[in-house]
Design a protein around this ligand. Sequence first.
Ligand code: SF4
Ligand code: SF4
Length: 348
Amino acid sequence: MTVLPTLHKRRHALADGRAQRTRLDQVPLERSFPAALAGAGLWPLRPTGIETLQVNLGKRCNQTCRHCHVDAGPDRTEVMPTAVLDACLEVLAAHDIPTLDITGGAPELHPEFRRLVTAARALGRHVIDRCNLTITRLPNYRYLPAFLADQGVEIIASLPCYQEGNTDAQRGDGVFEDSIAALRELNALGYGRPGSGLVLNLVTNPLGPVLPPAQEKAEPEWRAQLAKNYGVVFNRLLNLTNMPISRFLESLDDEGRTAAYLAKLERAFNPAAAAQVMCRSLLSVGWDGRLYDCDFNQQLELPVASRVPRTIFEFEAAALAGREIAVAPHCFGCTAGAGSSCGGALHG
Ligand code: SF4
Ligand code: SF4
């Protein structure tokens, strides 16, 4: 039976995005993020285009993970209204944006999740579902694996570790067992199997304030462990750095490690990763229709620059594609080491 973890009760000191930004701005660093970008010839940071519309359907989730950068959980009430969802579909229909990336919370909890997916697929768009896996084990959502396979949706699934203890420590008791059951069901439908066209990527992140291991080392290890122990296969492993925001920032603050962690990220600045941060090719839509450069900025309430359209209802492709991306110290989380912008490792 699926256990809904209640690991973390939201606290209020850093629940507000502006308070988090203020907290991060207080940390003394060798150089600011704009200075690091300037050193790499990337300041001001601008998009290379809008390849992906990332839509955050809301903050409701069946889990309450320790490191959640969205501060999601079953008690959250933010859900994208129909008018906003329709505006996203109108933008997709009217513009050559190849990919719709659906995120949350657990986006599948949105009552119109199926309508959004089928409408975007009917428009010929590639659709990504950022799935926590356990949602597919809940009675009302057992339809999901077959539905996603039928629609040809790419799944990016979060799994902190291939070991049960580590995953449950971060996500809650029983999460690993349910995640493996979900992965097996997806594999049975063809996900992660060569030639099926059904892409199943796994996303992992370190348990603490350290940089993730090199992707070329981690991926074969994960592949071998999941195949040997559980018969599970997948396409790619994406190694993400923990962003110093939301619940992870709270835990850093609790342990007195915020400054050290931010300094570690700053020292690991990689110009090649900076050139390919996801905000350069993605536009993020909040549950209420506001526009952001990425999901992290969304959580920090850092909107797109004031000189460009700021809601999906005012979408204007040329102005947004030419915008100056809003950056702040947390951005060092995307440019540290091999890079961590939901796209996999980069070296340089
Ligand atoms: S990390 Fe993902 S699965 Fe966990 S609470 Fe946040 S949105 Fe839900
Ligand atoms: S946090 Fe967002 S704005 Fe900053 S570099 Fe990463 S993707 Fe870009």
